[in-house]
Design a binder for this molecule. Structure first.
Ligand code: Z5A
Length: 211
């Protein structure tokens, strides 16, 4: 049996995570690996209900600590119900966002202190860490243009001020600097083909290490 592992696709809003993750899933499936595609907020029936509450644009009054704890609650369920069992079965878990997003959005952008963020993440994860975070880095203004071009409205977080999204972007870059073995940054302003090519190089390296 293959050794299971987890790769997170994260980064700026609208940077192309969903586009890339679907292509990576196809690539791995064609190679014969069992893949679990998932996302945060969300990933489980309970997590998807929590997602609706978190992103609802009609409740801008949500306080920072409520938001943080909802992300934490969803993550605890996600890990217990979906991620750990899949890894134990030798599957490759591909997640659209995970704990790095909480550091970027709730700490670097929202301003909640690092100790509180770490405490909530630790409660949810108990030391669990994905093998790699692939950060798709893009100017959030460009990301919002891409999101709007899909013709959907903005969610509660996308509707924050530009300064908030810029701080979140910088939060990812800082985490990547601090943990170079666990993060890879890709310039998401490149074409879809170029982005995918670079992502697949990282995936091939991970397969050589873990599969
Ligand atoms: N959040 C948080 O605050 N704390 C946490 O702990 C977690 C999350 C886990 C929801 O995330 C919000 O939750 C998010 C962070 C916060 N808020 N913000 N902002 P989400 O992942 O659901 O939302 P999102 O970041 O806005 O993702 P998205 O809208 O799904 O975008 P995406 O998946 O990165 O991009 P896409 O759908 O693949 O691509 C967008 C469009 O661009 C689409 O039309 C593509 O065809 C096009 N595209 C993709 N790649 C390219 C390239 N390379 N060139 C040109 N066009 C492209």
């Amino acid at each position: 049996m293959n050794k299971g592992f987890m790769v997170v696709f994260d980064g700026s809003n609208g940077a192309g995570k969903t586009t890339v993750i679907n292509e990576v899933a196809r690539y791995l499936t064609e190679k014969g690996f069992s893949v679990v595609l998932t996302r945060e907020p969300g990933g489980t029936p309970i997590g998807e209900k929590i997602r609706e509450v978190i992103l609802d644009p009609s409740t801008p009054e949500m306080c920072d600590l409520t938001e943080l704890m909802l992300f934490g609650a969803g993550r605890a369920q996600h890990l217990a119900e979906k991620i750990k069992p899949a890894i134990a079965e030798g599957k490759i878990v591909l997640s659209d966002r995970f704990d790095a997003a909480t550091f970027s959005f709730q700490h670097y952008a929202r301003g909640i202190d690092l100790a509180t963020i770490s405490q909530i993440n630790e409660l949810a994860l108990h030391g669990f860490k994905p093998e790699m975070n692939i950060i798709l880095d893009l100017d959030p203004l460009e990301g919002l243009k891409r999101v709007k071009s899909r013709g959907e409205g903005l969610d509660r977080l996308e509707d924050e001020k530009m300064d908030f999204l810029v701080k979140a972007r910088n939060g990812y870059l800082l985490q990547a600097q601090q943990q170079p073995d666990n993060f890879s940054v890709i310039d998401a302003a490149q074409s879809k083909t170029q982005v995918l090519e670079q992502v697949l190089k990282i995936i091939d390296n991970l397969l050589a290490q873990y599969a």
